[in-house]
Design a protein around this ligand. Structure first.
Ligand code: FES
Ligand code: FES
Length: 169
């Protein structure tokens, strides 16, 4: 069977009952979806399937032949951040980062569907995503900023200053 992962056709050889999460991580080497509860309860494994946020730990890959899958690797990289990723950096919305991939994908779908910077609506859209590190406030702030289309100069954030300091720049 085949998947379209981040715009690229990928042939999959895993048995059909293998979870999408295991296929992405173990067969295709895409590690942004995280292995958390593996029971649908934490959101760490969330990816987009045909644009909708889905728990990859619950999806047997055999039901997804031909499906379009998007992971964080399809959003942007270190030198080409998606505006949502930039908002997370600017607002310090990630600490250990374990939950961040899943939150980014859920937030991406929220904004793509016309989501606004309303904090209650954002909290509802991100419901069920467990972050063990933060109080969620910065996460909601980041999604709100991205929904508004805020722009950031990341060189002025503490994270940017830290990178500059430690790269000798
Ligand atoms: Fe899939 Fe927790 S690992 S929801
Ligand atoms: Fe650590 Fe969310 S940033 S679990």
């Amino acid at each position: 069977m085949n998947l379209n992962v981040n715009g690229r056709r990928r042939e999959v050889e895993s048995p059909p009952l293998t979870t999408l999460l295991d296929v992405l991580r173990e067969e295709l080497g895409i590690h942004s979806p995280k292995i958390g509860c593996e029971q649908g309860g934490c959101g760490a494994c969330t990816v987009l399937v045909a644009g909708k946020p889905r728990r990859a730990c619950l999806l047997p890959v055999g039901a997804l032949d031909g499906a379009a899958i998007t992971t964080v690797e399809g959003l942007g990289g270190p030198d080409d951040l998606d505006p949502l990723q930039a908002a997370f950096v600017h607002h310090y919305a990630a600490q250990c980062g374990f939950c961040t991939s899943g939150l980014l994908m859920a937030a991406k779908a929220y904004i793509a569907n016309g989501g606004t910077d309303d904090s209650r609506a954002i909290a509802e859209a991100l419901g069920g995503h467990v972050c063990r590190c933060t109080g969620y406030v910065k996460i909601v702030d980041a999604v709100a900023a991205a929904a508004r289309g805020d722009e950031f100069d990341l060189s002025t954030t503490a994270a940017g200053q830290y990178t500059t300091m430690h790269s000798g720049g």
